[in-house]
Design a protein around this ligand. Structure first.
Ligand SMILES: [Zn+2]
Length: 861
């Protein structure tokens, strides 16, 4: 299917681009001169353009002779074809184009974003979002990552406005009542990294990182929220220059908060754009989770300045080279910045999220062929980001961090200002590590799934480790051909395994590479226990013979946080896969009562949320009692107020546990206390300051237990929010209310302009997952599909549909499948088959464990 790729007989080297946006009419006009190299004589030039009108085209040779071009637009392929009266001879030419388009409201291409200024007046700004394939909506271009070129941008704007682009301003002058801002040349880069932002924007003073000025931009009135993002921005930029051993490739770095933004952030070289919650933050009132989010996203985007911007994947199949690396590097940088956050431990949740998708028959390899643009869009998922980053972490630990870094440096140096493939990375890593990297890595990158490592001691007293692919459903349930089922069964990986063997009270670490289906190890005299996946970096699940698991659980203090997390996460996955009974898992959770491990609690609470969606209403009081039994003791110890000098992650844990107890645990005492403290907090001079993590939990609890009056109050607070985190907190409290009339209101607000289209899909997804709102919400989605498809950003609609997992009954499952089939909806890649299989797994779990669960919950009462 080469038809999606542009021909290569004419290639660009430089764009001189001049754009004039009109923020009153939501239109723009542009002219560009593209320096091209004609490689083979031709009478036509083909490039990408979409939703643009090209008003003039001509091409000029080195002597100044111009040929007029006939323009042919094809919206179905997003291409623009120019035909010239005779052949262009090989060599250098200049293509001149004039064009115009609309500043759309779809949060892609060149688009408009609205916000209310401090006087309450609606203001407009224009911004861009080009990845993966939307630069073609702003200017005609060779819109594929391998066509790197230099960009020299000029923005012609209203003199009251400010313009930001990838590079520093070269000159700014007023011509004919307009401000003409000319930017310096960029490095050679891909089109998807170009950026233009125009509006009433304010910047912080720059912080210098070496010779790079780093600033944070926002709409007026938000400058006081910029300090934190600037701090991690400067820290991580310095960290990466050091790690990569290469200077930052741009001439300045601007971090820009945009009020309407489809994803989290975008790594445009030198002009990184963010949604406001991912950059701006009030340090006095933010929760730990909100702080971690900003630190993560800023570090991630900065990491891209090298991985992605300086060295770019040749085509979208190599997206993981960008995103997995940026995610991996984000962890390294944030971990170095705040070691007390134990960022790698918290990453266990990301790894587990990737495993839950990668345990499907409908999973895909990290790298797979991409043809149509929508398949590129479908690559932005947990497999590319979290699985990719997990595999890199596993490899880094296996090769050793220093050798791994050497390999990364070699790769970046070899491919700077150019493009690279996965094979190029292997070459660089292999050279540095002096070990065969492709043999080890190809199965992890180019084949789907991951292994389940089974651990037992055989009759001879040897330790036996074996591998098979982990899946939740039998292969026959996966709509696979017989051949594919066989392939799944026969699948093996080269698995780097780190073991901790304890004998006579002494723990020793052993490393091995499991390459066969099975391997045996002699156990030492006085053997006590064995822990597989010591350190927790392996991308596999572990299943112990019952006696072996018991030995580990008898000495839980020997385990690190990530090892405990993996143990429980593996156990829960085994329940969902039908490998162990649910009752055994629920007993296991009782062992961790009173624990202080926030990630471990995360798995346990999530598993209770899943069960909550599967049970009948009559069983709910039993589940509530179970939650109170498990969570209550830790809350009783932690109380509502942090002790002096308490770690930030402990404060987050307190918030998480209170929220669980007050919502899914339906604890009346906690609800009453939350109301009391929240009321006190709202007074002009509160008797005591409420910890932000507790305040955020209280908002959830009060929404869950609240009435129409509380709903109105939270809606008002959302509208008048003092910062992006507060706005988000109150907005996402709305799905938690239990009353149907309030659900109606919230749903209506997602489509009437009251709630930003960047947030509507996530809100609807949350309501599909709510046992009180899901039925009505699903009906609403079906009835309003066309409108949603029209107004919400594309990636939002795709993610919103993940909420169908909340509809875990056989009847709903059938209805969901029918709806998507009737509408012929396709999100590209394997997105929909994955949602369907996840729904099937949930329904299967309900059918398999429903009765046992009812019995178990009765005993909890
Ligand atoms: Zn990224």
């Amino acid at each position: 299917m080469e038809s999606h790729r542009l021909p290569q007989h004419v290639v660009p080297t430089r764009y001189d681009l001049r754009l004039e946006p009109d923020l009153d009419r939501f239109t723009f006009t542009g002219t560009e001169t593209i320096a091209v190299t004609v490689r083979e004589a031709t009478a036509e030039v083909v490039l990408n353009a979409a939703e643009l009108e090209v008003t003039e085209a001509s091409i000029e040779d080195g002597t100044g002779v111009r040929l007029p071009g006939m323009v042919e637009m094809d919206e179905s392929t997003a291409r623009c074809r120019f035909r010239f009266p005779h052949h262009l001879t090989p060599g250098a030419w200049r293509l001149h184009l004039s064009f115009k388009g609309n500043l759309n409201d779809k949060l892609r291409g060149f688009y408009r974003s609205h916000y209310k200024d401090q006087a309450g007046t609606t203001q407009v700004l224009a911004a861009t979002q080009f990845e993966a394939t939307d630069a073609r909506r702003a200017f005609p271009c060779w819109d594929e990552p391998a066509f790197k070129a230099v960009f020299a941008t000029t923005l012609v704007i209203d003199p009251a406005l400010t313009a930001v682009s990838n590079t520093a301003v070269r000159s700014e002058l007023v011509e004919g009542g307009k401000k003409v801002v000319r930017f310096k040349d960029t490095i050679k880069m891909s089109t998807y990294l170009a950026a233009f932002i125009v509006g009433r924007l304010e910047a912080t003073e720059p912080v210098m990182v070496g010779s790079t000025p780093l600033r944070v931009w926002a709409v007026p009135g938000k400058q006081h929220l910029a300090g934190y993002g600037q701090e991690i921005g400067a820290y991580s930029l310095r960290f990466f220059e050091d790690y990569y051993g290469l200077p930052y490739p741009g001439d300045k770095l601007d971090l820009i908060a945009i009020p309407d933004f489809a994803s989290g952030a975008m790594e445009n070289l030198g002009a990184i754009t963010f949604r406001e919650t991912a950059l701006l933050l009030d340090e006095r009132t933010a929760t730990h989770g909100e702080r971690e989010r900003v630190a993560d996203v800023v570090a991630h985007e900065n990491a891209h300045m090298w991985f992605g911007d300086l060295v770019t994947m040749t085509w979208w199949n190599g997206l993981w080279l960008n995103e997995a690396f940026a995610t991996f590097m984000e962890m390294l940088a944030v971990d170095a910045w705040k070691p007390e956050w134990r960022r790698w431990e918290a990453f266990g949740a990301g790894r587990a999220a990737a495993m839950s998708v990668d345990g499907l028959h409908a999973t895909r390899p990290i790298e797979y062929p991409v043809h149509a643009p929508k398949d590129a869009d479908a690559m932005f998922d947990v497999l590319t980001y979290e699985k990719g980053a997990s595999i890199l972490r596993m490899l880094e630990q296996y090769l050793g961090p220093d050798r791994f870094r050497e390999g990364v440096r070699g790769y970046l140096r070899a491919h700077a200002y150019a493009n690279a493939d996965t094979g190029d990375l292997w070459v660089a890593l292999e050279r540095a590590a002096e070990r065969p990297v492709p043999a080890l890595m190809d199965d992890w990158i180019f084949r789907p799934g991951y292994p389940l490592i089974s651990v037992k001691v055989d009759q001879q007293g040897d330790l036996v480790l074996s591998q098979q692919r982990f899946t939740y459903l039998p292969a026959a349930a996966g709509e696979l051909s017989a051949e594919e089922q066989e392939q799944e069964k026969a699948q093996r990986w080269q698995v780097p395994i780190q073991l901790q063997v304890t004998a006579r009270g002494q723990a020793t670490t052993q490393r091995l590479l499991l390459t066969e289906a099975e391997t045996r190890l002699a156990l030492p005299q006085g053997f006590e226990s064995v822990l597989v996946n010591e350190g927790g970096h392996g991308f596999y699940r572990v299943r112990y013979q019952p006696g072996l698991l018991e030995r580990i659980l008898n000495a839980p203090e020997r385990l690190t946080g990530i090892e405990r997390f993996n143990l429980v996460s593996d156990a829960w996955a085994a329940v969902v896969a039908g490998l162990i009974p649910l009752a055994g898992y629920l007993d296991l959770t009782a062992r961790f009562r009173g624990g202080r491990d926030r990630n471990l609690w995360g798995v346990i609470i999530d598993s209770f949320q899943v069960l909550n969606r599967l049970i009948a209403p009559a069983d709910r009081p039993g589940l509530e009692a179970l939650v109170r039994d498990r969570v209550g003791p830790a809350v009783a110890e932690l109380g509502w107020t942090p002790s002096a000098g308490e770690m930030e992650i402990m404060r987050q844990l307190r918030g998480d546990l209170l929220r669980a107890l007050g919502t899914i645990g339906n604890d009346r005492t906690v609800q009453a206390k939350a109301a009391e403290l929240y009321g006190e907090h709202g007074r002009a001079t509160p008797a005591r300051e409420l910890d932000p993590n507790v305040l955020a939990a209280a908002v959830s609890i009060l929404a869950f237990s609240g009435d129409g009056g509380r709903y109105e109050e939270f809606l008002r607070t959302f509208r008048a929010a003092a910062n992006p985190q507060e706005e988000r907190r109150y907005l996402f409290s709305l799905p938690l209310f239990q009353q149907q009339a309030l659900h109606e209101q919230t749903l209506a607000r997602t489509l009437n302009g009251e709630i930003r289209t960047q947030d509507g899909p996530a809100l609807i997804s949350a309501m599909l997952m709510s046992v009180y709102a899901r039925e009505r919400t699903w009906a609403f989605v079906k009835a309003n599909w066309d409108k949603m498809d029209q107004v919400f950003p594309k990636n939002g609609v795709r993610r919103m549909c993940g909420g169908v997992l909340g509809l875990a009954t056989p009847e709903w499952e059938r209805d969901v499948r029918r709806f998507f089939a009737d509408r012929k909806i396709d999100f590209g890649g394997k997105v929909l088959p994955q949602y369907f299989e996840q729904l099937r797994i949930a329904v299967t779990l309900r059918e398999r464990e429903g009765k046992a669960l009812t019995q178990y919950l009765k005993r909890s009462l």
